[in-house]
Design a protein around this ligand. Structure first.
Ligand SMILES: [Zn+2]
Ligand SMILES: [Zn+2]
Ligand SMILES: [Zn+2]
Length: 252
């Protein structure tokens, strides 16, 4: 299993259009950016996307992904589904997994596209070419439903919180416990008061509770100073669980 963070930005991405804060100016000056949220899961020659970022065309071209076999949608926010059309015209018959509620909400925006939906209930695992995938419920108000994803395979467990505040249901916390890699929503540094998301302090406390072996922040806003000590993920960061065993994993 290989996991690649295709985009680690929040909804506006970094740099933010029209923003001249130090972080956005640094991004412009030094040519870096945070694209919108998508995670690529590669296993047994198959490619699965967790969320379809509005930046997906560029992300797939840069990563050299020629085919998408399946998609999971975590929730019905623009930055997580709107890029589905970025590859839809060149590739049909992609299977999209999510809960019935998320499918229903996104379908209202996708009325002009035909795609194959598979409805899955949280906490009921399904198989993806040898990977065990489980959706979990998280808390992302005011949405009625939002999910995280737990992936097990190659003797490792990877948990992705999706967009959530710190009030994650107990059952979901149990599913994410003892992950080898925890990819966690942390949109802003500690101190920011947030209803929909976790700040860095929340994310670190949740990670500790979950006893995660390795923690990477994602869904990162321009609120972070360029230099900081948080475990921020970056676009195209890759975790290759096939090449190395976890013991000698070169965590960067
Ligand atoms: Zn989001
Ligand atoms: Zn900014
Ligand atoms: Zn969201």
């Amino acid at each position: 299993m290989i996991i690649t963070l295709l985009g680690t930005g929040d909804s506006p991405g970094t740099p933010v259009i029209g923003c001249h804060c130090k972080t956005c100016e640094d991004a412009r000056k030094n040519g870096w950016e945070r694209k919108r949220f998508s995670i690529l899961v590669q296993h047994n020659g198959k490619n699965m996307l967790i969320d379809t970022s509005p930046d997906l065309r560029k992300q797939l071209l840069l990563k050299g992904v020629e085919k998408v076999d399946a998609v999971i949608w975590t929730h019905s926010h623009y930055d997580h589904f709107a890029g589905f059309g970025e590859f839809y015209r060149v590739q049909k018959n992609v299977i999209v997994y999510s809960s019935p509620e998320v499918h229903e909400d996104i379908a209202r925006f996708m009325f002009f596209m035909k795609y194959k939906t598979v409805e899955v209930e949280p906490y009921k695992s399904f198989d993806f070419y040898g990977l065990k995938i489980t959706l979990i419920d998280v808390n992302h108000p005011p949405l009625r439903r939002a999910h995280g994803v737990v992936i097990e395979g190659d003797n490792v467990k990877v948990s992705i919180t999706g967009d959530t505040n710190k009030d994650i249901p107990k059952t979901s916390m149990e599913f994410m416990e003892n992950s080898d890699l925890l990819i966690i929503d942390a949109i802003a540094p500690e101190g920011y008061k947030l209803k929909k998301h976790m700040n860095a302090g929340d994310a670190l406390r949740v990670s500790k509770k979950l006893k995660a072996k390795k923690v990477v922040f994602t869904h990162i806003g321009h609120f972070y100073p360029v230099k900081n000590n948080y475990p921020l993920g970056y676009d195209f960061q890759t975790f290759d669980f096939k090449k190395v065993t976890l013991n000698d994993f070169m965590w960067d």
